[in-house]
Design a protein around this ligand. Structure first.
Ligand code: OOG
Ligand code: NI
Length: 466
């Protein structure tokens, strides 16, 4: 019998996330600068806001704060997406959610690969926002055929990583040294290539169709286009960027600043122009390409379907009233409109919980545990909360927001990228390419909440808690 011990998938993911961060810091020094600014800001918040520090302590999130990040890639074919799903699965990352970006003029649909269980997220919350180019939306049939042909020729995975994926699938995991090799090999898929696979003229044709199409088709692989650390105060980072020589995008995406943050707020700095060698018929031509940028995020409470509906509604009201895309010129007014409309979203945890707007994690308090099963003053959740035997903290939103993602894409693709696509949302087609269904993110939060209630019941000596 085999006594092989497998490396934990969560540890492989943590190690991959560290390796990615190191690679990106070397490749894009401005990302390192951004990391410094985020670390300084987070330290300031922890020192000055004891309540925030306490809450992070209680949920254990303080441990994951420094390793918290997400990245993004864009792939060209269903086969590439399907193999990526298998590669991410080795690290315990599943496709969660479906995001259609075509209404915003970006010809992709996407999912986020991430860990799904709270214990796994605790070890490493690393996520990768992964987009599949919708080639069928390229209007020019000749160019579409060209793009298909170029993509068909490339292999974005090293032969060794393909072997290791198969081995992990066959054996049920990888041992420590194979896991290490896997991380090094997997990294290659996400590396930047300063040499394109097409000529400058071909690149320009692709670019004229859509900047994103050029970004996916003209290169050997799906370079990671940004990595995003998590900050506890995005407004301070946003206003601190210029001091560090970083130019932020005009507005912070997502909800306004609140006492109790919800969902996700994001901002980024513009993509860099980087030198590229294009290869034509026996000639090399110099040019440039812009794809890579830096982003920061502040994560808040995961919302229930009801909370999410309210968020979407209020965001729409603010955007309708603004009457145009948020930009440099209207950014102050946009912030005011958000502030005003979101007054209708309760900003205290008790209301958010009672009105079923957010998901929570429940904890037995020391007092509750000390009371033991005989000493519980109530058998229901509300009674136990009132008695101080159970406390709660909102669950962190682990996912993305389509309107925000579109804003991040747009700010990095340039304003000339506002295209209009007829194609409709096509989750079916995406799942077919992926080779499996995407997971419903709301079900995951509900599961975590339920498990925390069961844990409270167990530790307070009660059968169950509704
Ligand atoms: C992805 C943009 C979306 C986010 O955080 O919402 C994104 C991309 O540009 O490929 O990263
Ligand atoms: Ni991002």
């Amino acid at each position: 019998m085999s006594t092989a011990r497998f490396a934990s998938r969560d540890e492989i993911r943590a190690s991959f996330s560290r390796a990615m961060s190191q690679m990106y810091q070397q490749e894009v020094p401005l990302y390192g600068t951004l990391m410094e600014l985020v670390a300084e800001t987070n330290q300031g918040v922890l020192a000055n806001q004891p309540a925030v520090a306490e809450s992070l302590q209680r949920t254990g999130e303080i441990e994951r704060l420094d390793m918290e990040r997400h990245g993004a890639i864009r792939v060209g074919t269903p086969a590439e997406l399907a193999t990526l799903a298998r590669l991410f699965a080795v690290m315990g990352m599943q496709p969660v959610g479906y995001y259609d970006l075509t209404p915003a003029g970006v010809p992709v649909h996407s999912t986020a690969f991430r860990a799904v269980h709270e214990d796994a997220l605790q070890v490493s919350p690393f996520r990768v926002f992964t987009s599949l180019l919708r080639l069928e939306l390229i209007g020019d049939a000749q160019l579409r055929a060209f793009a298909e042909q170029v993509l068909a020729k490339r292999s974005i995975f090293t032969p060794r990583v393909l072997e290791l994926i198969e081995q992990s699938e066959r054996d049920g995991g990888l041992n420590a040294s194979d896991a290490e090799a896997f991380v090094q090999q997997a990294l290659e898929t996400f590396r930047w290539h300063s040499t394109a696979t097409v000529s400058l003229a071909e690149y320009q044709q692709l670019l004229a169709q859509h900047r994103l199409i050029a970004d996916v088709v003209a290169f050997r692989g799906p370079h990671i286009n940004h990595l995003t650390p998590r900050t506890l105060d995005i407004d301070t980072v946003q206003s601190g960027m210029p001091r560090k020589g970083i130019t932020p995008k005009a507005v912070v995406e997502g909800p306004p600043r609140r006492q109790h943050p919800i969902l996700l707020r994001q901002t980024s700095f513009k993509a860099l122009q980087e030198p590229i060698t294009f290869v034509g018929q026996g000639v090399s031509e110099s040019g440039s390409h812009s794809a890579r940028f830096g982003e920061i995020e502040q994560r808040g409470a995961a919302l229930t379907p009801r909370g999410r509906a309210l968020y979407d509604q209020l965001l729409n009201v603010a955007r309708d009233e603004l009457g145009e895309f948020p930009n440099e010129a209207n950014s102050v007014r946009y912030a005011e409109l958000l502030e005003k409309t979101f007054k209708d979203f309760p900003d205290d945890l008790d209301s958010m919980r009672r009105q079923d707007l957010a998901y929570f994690r429940y904890f037995p308090t020391a007092k509750g545990i000390a009371a033991g099963s005989a000493g519980q003053p109530a058998k229901d959740l509300e009674g136990l909360i009132a008695a101080g035997h159970i406390a709660f903290e909102p669950l962190v939103y682990e996912d993305f927001l389509p309107v925000s993602a579109a804003g991040i894409f747009q700010s990095n693709l340039g304003d000339d990228a506002q295209a209009h696509y007829q194609g409709n949302s096509n989750r079916e087609q995406f799942q077919q390419a992926l080779g499996r269904e995407t997971i419903d993110e709301l079900a995951l939060y509900a599961d975590t909440q339920r498990r925390s209630l069961q844990d409270c019941a167990n530790r307070l000596g009660l059968a169950a808690l509704a």
